[in-house]
Design a protein around this ligand. Structure first.
Ligand SMILES: [Zn+2]
Ligand SMILES: [Zn+2]
Length: 361
């Protein structure tokens, strides 16, 4: 048997339940979870902003140790040999690799037969399909990544969503060295986006948020300029960004706050030919109003990015291992709780003071 924190209704306290451990099938594995961080989308599900099947074990930013390896698995997706006791992380999704979206469109996160950790019901065996639990059952369509020893559990866990998504976002924006970028939102994704932009060689890395302590900390993650936009009009924000970029605006911008009202300001900050990546609004009903004439005349591009591909998670782990002495990733997990304290942890994460809250089951 193993324990799991189960959500039975939106906004209600999660319940700790015991489930029998699954029998490990061919191509599968059982992992003992060592850490799972709370992502913004876990909060959206918990608060009922988006539909979740009930009962559910939330949590998808997971790291753990292999306790049982099914037949047929010998190596991870980075071609490293796997054995019991290895610490791994894995893609948020299990995808088939052969449907139209997987094969033809290169969109594994939209697989016809998609399963996502922390997103599916835990009613039936194998039960352990989410991160707020002692165990997780990994199925064959999941890409496994063995994690380097120089990283701690809490440094690795948010890679599997936050960091991989930020990498996917900048790839969609096609940022290049010496470009100027804007990041709207100094949450975990913003911290990763800033450090990546720095590492990629961007010039001005401008970050906006409404919380000063986050804007202060993000300077350690490559931000060259920060703007507290509380109470500012869109034109004032754009003016401030134009002033920082020789009057041109930024080449690319990313929205990672999950606030649709800030998208117009972000679009206004773009240079002619600028690219805008929308990541934060992972819920429906996120409307904004904008002058389409501006998009046409200034040849702007808007792209939506949801989740990521396996290569982005691998790049994320490699990035952490290679830059952990440059950027203080250990400062991103600001609060730590046990599985029994999950409800307190969710409340702290919701309050917005924490950057990432970690559960150590
Ligand atoms: Zn997430
Ligand atoms: Zn597929």
């Amino acid at each position: 048997m193993g324990r799991a924190a189960v959500m039975t209704a939106a906004k209600k306290n999660l319940e700790i339940r015991d489930y029998p451990l699954p029998k490990v099938g061919h191509g599968c594995m059982l992992v003992r979870i060592t850490c799972c961080t709370i992502c913004g989308s876990d909060l959206h599900s918990w608060l009922g902003h988006r539909k979740a099947p009930i009962p559910i074990i939330l949590g998808h930013e997971i790291v753990g140790e292999i306790v049982e390896l099914g037949e047929g698995i010998t190596h991870d997706s980075g071609d490293q040999p796997l054995k019991i006791g290895d610490r791994i992380t894995w893609t948020i999704m299990d995808n088939c690799g052969k449907c139209y979206y997987c094969r033809e469109k290169g969109l594994p996160m939209k697989c016809r037969y998609l399963k996502k950790y922390g997103h599916d019901s835990c009613q039936d065996p194998p039960h352990f399909v989410g991160g707020f639990a002692e165990y997780c059952y990994i199925t064959p369509g999941t890409c496994i990544i063995k994690t380097p020893e120089n990283l701690t559990d809490e440094e690795v866990a948010p890679a599997n969503c936050g960091l991989a998504t930020a990498i996917s976002g900048w790839e969609a924006a096609g940022i290049r060295p010496f470009e100027n970028v804007l990041i709207q939102g100094a949450g975990a994704l913003g911290f990763y986006a800033a450090s990546l932009a720095k590492y990629y060689g961007c010039k001005r890395i401008i970050v906006t948020d409404v919380l000063d302590h986050r804007l202060e900390l993000i300077k350690e993650f490559g931000a060259t300029d920060t703007i507290n936009v509380r109470g500012m009009e869109d034109v004032e924000i754009a003016q401030a960004v134009f002033n920082l970029t020789d009057g041109f605006g930024v080449d690319a911008a990313m929205e990672v706050a999950g606030v649709p009202e800030i998208i117009p300001a972000g679009l206004k900050c773009l240079r002619i030919g600028g690219r805008y990546v929308e990541i934060g609004c992972v819920f429906h009903g996120a409307h904004f109003t904008y002058d389409v004439g501006d998009i046409v005349f200034r040849l702007l591009t808007i792209k939506g990015v949801h989740n990521y591909d396996t290569k982005h998670l691998q790049q994320g782990i490699d990035f952490l291992a290679q830059t952990k002495d440059i950027f203080p990733f250990n400062k991103l997990v600001t609060h730590k709780y046990s599985l029994d304290q999950i409800n307190q942890a969710l409340k702290v994460a919701q309050a917005g003071e924490a950057i990432r809250v970690a559960i150590f089951p």
